[in-house]
Design a protein. Structure first.
Length: 128
């Protein structure tokens, strides 16, 4: 099967050695995605709602680059650094996925790759 990698050109991808998303056949796997802008800078410092919105926007962009949309998402995984912020995160998440309702997990972890990051989201999508 043909493999297509998408790279958003953030410093993290080259530093670690991964792709933002990979499409194989009609499946797309989006790596853990955080709240970074087009320059790879973290946005929404201290704001879990804003960081969730940005991470989801970054996921949507990756999906679009590989021929999919947010509606094709069937699974997500949310890694958060403070479960006390889950209502902020859930609000932003529901704004995007409230009607789509993919299978999901939300897990609290001690920290992410950068201390200012509050959330990281993975996604899997299937094309028709």
């Amino acid at each position: 099967m043909e493999r297509t990698n998408y790279n958003s050109k953030t410093k993290w991808e080259d530093w670690v050695g991964y792709s933002r998303a990979v499409r194989i056949g009609n499946h797309i796997y989006v790596s853990g995605t955080t709240a970074t802008d087009e320059n790879g800078e973290i946005v929404g410092h201290g704001d879990a709602y804003h960081q969730t919105q940005q991470a989801l926007s970054n996921i949507e962009k990756a999906l679009q680059q590989l021929g999919a949309s947010i509606e094709n998402v069937v699974r997500t995984r949310l890694f958060i650094t403070d479960f006390g912020r889950s209502s902020e995160i859930s609000k932003a998440y529901k704004e995007v996925f409230g009607e789509i309702r993919p299978a999901t997990s939300m897990v609290e972890i001690s920290r992410l790759i950068h201390h200012d990051m509050l959330i990281e989201i993975e996604a899997e999508a299937v094309l028709d």
